[in-house]
Write a protein that binds this ligand. Structure first.
Ligand code: ZN
Length: 149
């Protein structure tokens, strides 16, 4: 499943990427029509809170309209509408640009307890599985259980 989030759902997009989903984003201010065109051409489901997008031609094929406010509620609604698995492939994508990460040699200036490092081949950002990732993983695990009903 490939997704696209509009600019009102940036927080949700980051968490979906953390879970391992391929989630496209467009720069702020991108025209609605352009979002729909990208979703159609790339076979993506377009998550949005903006009902007016449904008026654009062919939008109904790709738009998934979310009615909830706040990250937690939006994550729950997305789970129910699309069957999201929050532990699909955690921390395998760059949260910034959506590219799949590659295992990298551990940089010398990393904290000593970091054993494995990952690098985004596109924007050159490094990732490692430290405390921040552990906290995020706990939240993904919680969502998977809590939203299963
Ligand atoms: Zn990147």
């Amino acid at each position: 499943m490939r997704l696209l989030c509009d600019e009102m759902l940036k927080g949700l997009a980051r968490w979906l990427r953390a879970a391992g989903y391929d989630v496209g984003m467009e720069p702020d201010g991108t025209a609605d029509r352009q979002l729909i065109a990208r979703a159609l051409s790339e076979g993506r489901q377009l998550l949005t809170r903006d009902r007016s997008l449904l008026e654009i031609r062919h939008a109904k094929r790709v738009v998934v309209l979310l009615e909830s406010d706040g990250l937690e509620n939006q994550a729950r609604e997305t789970t129910h509408k699309l069957g999201i698995d929050w532990l699909l492939a955690p921390f395998t994508r760059c949260s910034r640009c959506n590219t799949l990460l590659a295992e990298a040699a551990r940089p010398a200036d990393f904290p000593p307890d970091v054993e494995r490092a990952f690098r985004c081949p596109r924007c050159d950002k490094y990732y490692w599985h430290g405390g921040h990732v552990r906290r995020m993983r706990r939240r993904l695990e919680h969502w998977r259980t809590a939203f299963a009903e």
